[in-house]
Design a protein around this ligand. Sequence first.
Ligand SMILES: [Zn+2]
Length: 602
Amino acid sequence: MQKELFEVPVLYCNTDKATLRCAVAEDATGLELVVVDKNNSFYRTTFDVNSSLKKIKGDEKEWKAFYDSIIESCNSNDAKVVCNGNAEVTIGLAQFTVTKDASVKDGAYQMAQLLFDSINLRTDSKAATRFTEGLQKQEAELLRQVTAMEQEKRSLADMISFQEADEKANMEEYSTLQAQLSEITERWKVFCAENGKDPEAEDPDAPIEPDFSKPIGRRGTAQDCRKHDEELLRLAKSKFCPAENETVQTKALEGDNDNWLRVIRPYTKSQYDEHIKALPEGARAQCMKVIDKMDQWDYDVWVLQDLADKGSLFYTAYSVFCYWDFFRRFKIDEQIAMNFFTQVEAGYHACPYHNSMHGADVCHVAQYILQKGGLKEKAELTDEDCFATVVAGMIHDYDHPGLNNNFHVKIQSYLATLYNDRAILENHHLAEIFDLCKDPRFDIFHGFSDEQRRDVRETMIEMVTGTDMGLHAKIFGAWKRRIKQDHDLHKKKETQRQALVMAIKMADISNCGRPTFLYLRWGMKLIEEFFMQGDNERHRGDPVSPFMDRAAPSMSKSQIAFMNFVVVPMYESIAEYLPDMHFSVDHAEENKQYWNDNDDSV
Ligand SMILES: [Zn+2]
């Protein structure tokens, strides 16, 4: 609000043709002019200080001088009014066009009313207070809007800086790949020359993909366990399971009970506090800030991926195991667990979306739903159920080729034949993991009895196959019917597992329930993966699947439909059972609104 404006009193002036009133507008946005002419017609217009009034004032004059000249002219009746449809008003040198208000039948009465109101305002202290309160409310509202806009500005700035970091990393990777490509091309040319082949005869645009007509070989790395930041693991471990005393750190390993100390010796609580305090700013400190958020919704795998040598899955899995104290609870050999995490991480492809970061993300969210979401308590889940959930989360898209089940069915791939077109990839993720665990170096289940192993395996199979969106209607329908009856899911293994399937399904599409900038980061990656499948289909001469055509993007339409028909109903019904998860519905609604405001369809 403009300070000078408030020094303008209510001014009246009479000309031979009309009566004129000039005062601060009720909403304090500018100067209001009111005119009543001889025919009793009424004219009224507010001149906004930021637009029309500014124009009338001109650039030369200061506001104070401008208002002073208006006041002086009014007080000395130096005003002219010409009424011809509108009222053309001249006050001193300033010219105003005041619009006729035909809805007012008795202009003089209305003018008298205004006069009465302003006298009232001066003499009636309550009216004056009401007026001031009105202004204060407006001010508070404006301030609120400013704060909201500042917040939005900050989150946009965040998003931009993330994108810049992303772009930089992509460019670096791109140049590494370029260098590798030119080396391979050279070797290819030499090979062709030696074997009498024509290097130009190959199709350079052919998408590179595994031969889907054969079983896909085991992925993973040659090393059992990846390179890792031992101090970071030590801090993560000490945060969640600190050593009871200093002897724990030095004693020699004796047996199964010490399995949890096989690799990393944790600090005691007080040592941990000291180390955290002394931790210099940098990548490790940033990673610890993420790990600190284990039971918060804004745990950020993107930061871990960038700062911990692409290890978001490895470090998340390790930290989650410490958080749930699984190493001790199930006597798991820490080295075997670290080998397992390494192989799981390496088994994810470098797809835009279905990569190891997605595995890390789903692992984190699934355990969030168990703990903070209240599922463990409400469904009275066992430790084995929680273990199965965490592991199912991290492996649920293992060896995902970035091409979906429909694609496999369409090209009749080896996997489609093997699994008879039923939950093809989901079966594959599970089978590969259980096969991996036949090797004792990677057997994450080695501490279990046969019965525990069977139980965990069944839960994991139920959960991971449940992530097949082709089964969504069936699974979700059964869930809705079940919770309509009652919420006593804890009474049967079958209904406990039903709840666990819903938890991993929610975790799998939890991007939609994240703050908008994170949701968009994931969304852009997913659409890129869709487009790559579309490219692949086009190259094969097949029709391009809906929403996968790069040439006809329709992310807004597909996302709004997905939100309306899948995400929001599912989140709402989960929140009905777990009220602590309700906040995700609000995020989903906000994200839907984003696409309503930013339609990208052509
Ligand atoms: Zn997934």
